[in-house]
Design a protein around this ligand. Structure first.
Ligand SMILES: C[S@@+](CC[C@H](N)C(=O)[O-])C[C@H]1O[C@@H](n2cnc3c(N)ncnc32)[C@H](O)[C@@H]1O
Length: 379
């Protein structure tokens, strides 16, 4: 048994004892598929000192590599900057592919929960690891998995083959699905998005399920679990467990505009006010998810004051607000502090709903988020 095998066996035991396997088939699949067989020899590790991703080679530090691979709650970054590390010293800026964290894999698989023989469309193959788990459940002939990056798609196909799985691994933009193999009973997307493509609904069987991490600029994503209507023109359902995934390529949101719109001069010009909002109002994940629905396109950044008290920046391309200890400083045409206060008060009046109380409906008219009932639109 290699060190990686031992860590794999230990991970199975730990996950088992913490009840992480929501279904017996998931435990079996997780035990059977060696997670480390899906990770390239070079992975990328974020360093806080320079805020960059540095390569870590298996040959240089086998033990560290194996520990990263079998970490229960952290993803392993397997590609940066779409395969071309952005910085001249060979380090990278943006993680663009990863093997998802074990807990995220198990959460998405439990939500997808295909039957043996279900037809599954998976978007965001990455390393091929969760495709292998799906193959264990539905059989390779029933899985189509799409990866936008050719080198990643080829590597995943090869790893799956070595373990005896032969799903259809397609290199392409998963937003278009794969019509020729439709209809699917399940669509699982393992990259986050802010709009669920209608195409997936049309490619599902009636009653099929779509599972996708859906997020606003406030982050992280609520896992949308949607049931496709009998006419295959709409899909609707509640949000599940919040998860963080990287964005679909082509749908990457622009970074936080704060460095572009803030300047010391604008701070001098800013409007001063007071707020009834508690300074830690966005520390509560459920409040943050709710405000993300009410303030689309607004970015939130936590920047504690020098004495460590909570404080938040809210930013758009043209406005910012800094909220701390009952005070607000604002610049630009929008009154973001007031908007946040209204949304937060709505959240309080509604009894502090959790992300699980909200839902999403997608149809030909667009998409709508709602609270508790599909006709109570929010945002
Ligand atoms: C979080 S990683 C996938 C993790 C994968 N589930 C695993 O554990 O290996 C997301 C993947 O989605 C891929 N991706 C991004 N946009 C895509 C798109 N439009 N169509 C298909 N794949 C896409 C990325 O290249 C990346 O490999």
């Amino acid at each position: 048994m290699t060190g990686a095998d031992r860590l794999h066996a230990r991970a199975v035991r730990l996950l088992d004892s913490s009840g992480a396997f929501a279904r017996p088939w998931m435990r079996e699949a997780f035990r059977t598929v060696p997670r480390h067989a899906f990770v390239p020899d070079t992975v990328w590790v974020w360093h806080a000192e320079d805020d960059r991703y540095h390569p870590l080679s298996r040959a240089d530090d086998e033990e560290r590599w194996a520990e990263l691979v079998h970490h229960p709650t952290e993803p392993v970054v397997t590609q940066v900057d779409d395969g071309y590390p952005a910085l001249t010293d060979g380090t990278g800026e943006l993680p663009t592919s990863s093997m998802s964290a074990t807990n995220a894999v198990l959460t998405t698989l439990a939500a997808t929960d295909p039957e043996p023989g279900s037809r599954v469309l998976h978007i965001g193959t990455g390393t091929g690891y969760d495709s292998a788990l799906l193959c264990e459940r539905v059989g390779g002939a029933n899985l189509v998995t799409i990866e936008v990056d050719r080198s990643l798609a080829d590597a995943a196909r090869e790893r799956l083959r070595r373990l005896g799985h032969r799903p259809r691994v397609v290199c392409g933009n998963g937003e278009f699905g794969q019509r020729q193999d439709a209809p699917y009973d399940r669509v699982l997307c393992t990259a986050s998005l802010s709009r669920v493509p209608l195409t997936w609904i049309g490619q599902c069987a009636p009653g099929g399920r779509i599972v996708a991490p859906w997020k606003t600029t406030f982050q992280p994503a609520g896992l949308a679990v949607l049931t496709v209507d009998t006419d295959r023109r709409s899909a609707s359902g509640r949000f599940g467990m919040p998860l963080t995934f990287m964005d679909l390529r082509g749908r990457r949101r622009p970074g936080n505009p704060l460095p572009r719109v803030y300047s010391a001069g604008r701070w001098e010009e800013s409007r001063y006010g007071t707020a009834t909002l508690p300074p830690d109002f966005l520390d509560d994940f459920h409040a943050r998810f709710t405000l993300g629905l009410w303030l689309p396109g607004v970015h939130a950044t936590r920047t504690p004051t020098p004495d460590g008290s909570p404080a938040w920046w809210l930013t758009t391309d043209t406005s910012w607000a800094y909220l701390c200890a009952g005070e607000t400083f604002q610049w630009g045409p929008r009154d973001l502090a007031e908007e946040a206060e209204q949304a937060y008060n709505w959240w309080l009046q509604e009894g502090e709903p959790e992300v699980f109380d909200f839902g999403l409906t997608v149809d030909g008219e667009g998409q709508r988020t709602w609270l508790r009932e599909a006709d109570r639109t929010v945002g």
